[in-house]
Design a protein around this ligand. Structure first.
Ligand code: ZN
Length: 280
């Protein structure tokens, strides 16, 4: 109803002003960026941040994800005390880390720990894209590698939820080294025949997609998730070809054999329980 009202008035191309943005009170209502439906924030949360109208999956924070997957009161965090240094004295890096710590109440862009899902024990890692875009620096890599090592020792399946812009530029080559470190830890898991499930959420790109995110024994993605290494424009310029519209979406990757499943968030916990039950 509101949408029609606004459309009739719009005679000129307008750039949304700060005031226009404020028309939807933050915290009470949220607009779906995919279909434009205005959603009540509380209902959206109850529906695991999936738009009731079109099924768009809103980003989820690490605590929200853990709440939606792990059995209530059954999560014990690992390595929460690990903090990033500023090894390259990168301008403003320390300040930005501090800002993100305050904003997210997290120490870094990944939370790892162990818990039970449907009664089955598992080591769990969840990346949080609010913290430096979920980028992988030394601490993120170290926490993921340690979680994989603990999973191997305990022989618990490791379930990792990825959401990342890639390697963290402020840590330069140290950040890139995490790709090798995490991959080596997962290779050891593989040799010991311990299950690793990677859940790729929107977005999973860059060095993260090129390392642990793609190394699952089972690779699952959420619908519509952007998954890829380099950006579309870079690839188009390199190969001098127009790429398909759905390129780098979860559905495209499933069609081309790079994923095992695309699962709605509403069915994700049940799917993981089935996988854990099957491998128990
Ligand atoms: Zn929607």
């Amino acid at each position: 109803m509101f949408k029609e009202l606004f459309r009739k008035q719009r005679k000129y191309a307008t750039i949304p002003s700060e005031q226009a943005k404020k028309e939807i009170p933050e915290g009470i209502m949220q607009k779906c960026p995919s279909c434009g439906t205005i959603l009540i924030a509380k209902e959206l949360e109850k529906n695991l941040k999936v738009c009731k109208s079109c099924g768009y999956h809103f980003p989820m924070s690490a605590p929200e994800r853990i709440g939606s997957i792990v059995d209530v009161g059954r999560f014990f965090e690992y390595d929460a005390e690990l903090l990033s240094e500023d090894p390259l004295s990168f301008p403003d890096y320390t300040k930005k880390l501090k800002q993100d710590q305050e904003k997210t109440k997290l120490n870094e862009a990944v939370v790892t720990g162990e818990g039970t899902i449907g009664g089955y024990p598992a080591v769990i890692g969840v990346m949080d894209s609010r913290f430096r875009m979920g980028s992988m620096g030394s601490v993120v890599g170290e926490k993921i590698a340690r979680a994989a090592e603990r999973a191997t020792t305990k022989r618990y399946p490791f379930i990792l939820f990825c959401a990342s812009g890639g390697a963290r530029m402020q840590e330069g080559v140290l950040s890139l080294m995490q790709m090798a470190k995490t991959s080596a830890a997962l290779e050891k898991m593989n040799r010991e025949k311990v299950l690793f499930v990677s859940v790729l959420t929107n977005p999973t790109t860059g060095g993260v997609s090129a390392s642990f995110a793609s190394l699952g024994d089972i690779n699952i993605a959420e619908p519509g998730a952007l998954i890829g290494f380099a950006g579309r424009r870079v690839i188009e310029q390199t190969v001098r070809q127009k790429l398909p519209d759905d390129f780098q979406t979860a559905e495209f990757l499933l069609k081309h054999g790079q994923l095992d499943m695309v699962v709605s968030r509403l069915e994700l916990r049940d799917t993981l329980i089935k996988i854990l039950e099957f491998h128990a």
